[in-house]
Design a protein around this ligand. Structure first.
Ligand SMILES: Nc1ncnc2c1ncn2[C@@H]1O[C@H](COP(=O)(O)OP(=O)(O)OP(=O)(O)O)[C@@H](O)[C@H]1O
Ligand SMILES: [Mg+2]
Length: 338
């Protein structure tokens, strides 16, 4: 195995996911990404674009009506080929997920401590008092005050921020190599959001864990990510190192996301601008760029040929006919003065 392959914690290749209802609806199309040891990949995009579906596919927790093509490798092993016993051991031990809604992900009838010790019993030798002691230690690590009391409390007794911390404690309890954090700050007020982001960054450094950080909020993504993948209607439309992508976005959708938040990476936008229109459903058979109806830069070719995710410079790719050569959208879109 080459050195950089040994460093790869997660490798997703050409992943497509559809949900069978009256007909199959494609919600992820040809998604490829890689996360290396200790690295954070931020996955950003509007509601419904497929972010949680990607996280659940990595955990092999897609619902029964889902169909999947492509490959997902965790530390080199094919997730689809694992038997039930192996995948259960992987969850928690190799990859753990902080689910989008902590209230529905936590079990309301079990104490926080019991939920953590359950995971410890599956993945470690710890039992009884030793497991409880470790649960208290984990609650302390994630910044929960009075952990000796809190360990005996139920999820409804905790504030939103504390529930999120408890979820994080459960997720890191078995020392995963990859943490999938799905909108971990969305339901929280701004000061608590900042605390949770700091907590995740410090845990990641301390445990040299890789992280897939999922959010629709470009400011949160910018503050934690080494690399960013921008997803639109089930496809990655731009990916690359975060400093480069934030400074000089190559896809008009990335530009739109940046223009719709006040501060990103220390740069203040003079004027906020929402992306017009709304996301259309993806279909793998659609011809043309799926963003074209909302794009201020669209040309005729965008309606007749589907742009590939093409490399535009070192370590960066964009799915846009205009992203290569000498064209780049500036931070002021054409329609800014109208
Ligand atoms: N079990 C399912 N059956 C059918 N469609 C589904 C199912 N789960 C998700 N979907 C659809 O797949 C699409 C992607 O959903 P997903 O939850 O991955 O989006 P998301 O990017 O995480 O959105 P949000 O930001 O709102 O969390 C949505 O249109 C959703 O309605
Ligand atoms: Mg989601």
């Amino acid at each position: 195995m080459a050195d950089n392959e040994r460093d790869t914690v997660l490798a997703v290749k050409n992943l497509s996911v559809g949900f069978d209802q009256s007909q199959t609806r494609t919600v992820l199309a040809q998604v490829s990404l890689k996360i290396r040891r200790g690295e954070t990949l931020g996955l950003v995009g509007e509601s419904g674009c497929g972010k949680s579906t990607l996280g659940r596919a990595v955990m092999r927790l897609l619902p029964p009506n889902a169909t999947m093509a492509g490959s997902i490798r965790l530390l080199g092993s094919d997730v689809a080929a694992m038997d039930e016993r192996r995948i259960r051991r992987q969850r928690g031990g190799v990859v753990a997920m902080i689910f989008q809604n902590p209230m529905s992900a936590l079990n309301p009838v079990l104490t926080v401590g019991r939920q953590i010790t359950e995971a410890l019993e599956i993945h470690t030798e710890l039992r009884g008092r030793a497991a409880i002691a470790r649960a208290i230690e984990l609650l302390h690590i994630v910044g929960i005050s009075r952990p000796r009391d809190r360990v005996h409390e139920y999820p409804h007794q905790l504030s939103g921020g504390m529930r999120q911390r408890a979820m994080i404690a459960m997720a890191i309890s078995c020392d995963p190599k990859l943490l999938i954090a799905d909108e971990p700050t969305t339901a929280l007020d701004v000061t608590v959001q900042a605390q949770i982001l700091d907590l995740l960054a410090s845990l990641q450094e301390r445990m040299s864990m890789a992280m897939l950080f999922i959010s629709h909020d470009m400011s949160a993504i910018a503050s934690v990510s080494d690399h960013i993948a921008v997803m639109y209607a089930g496809r990655i439309v731009e990916q690359g190192a975060s400093t480069q992508l934030l400074r000089d976005p190559a896809h008009p959708y990335t530009l739109g996301l940046l223009n719709s938040v006040p501060h990103v990476d220390g740069v203040r936008r003079p004027r906020l601008q929402a992306i017009r229109g709304s996301v259309s459903a993806v279909s793998a058979n659609d011809v043309g760029c799926s963003f074209r109806s909302r794009c201020d830069f669209a040309i005729a070719r965008c309606g007749t040929e589907t742009p590939p995710l093409a490399n535009i410079d070192n370590d960066r790719a964009a799915r846009c006919w205009l992203a290569s050569a000498d064209w780049r959208p500036t931070l002021t879109p054409k329609c800014a003065s109208t």
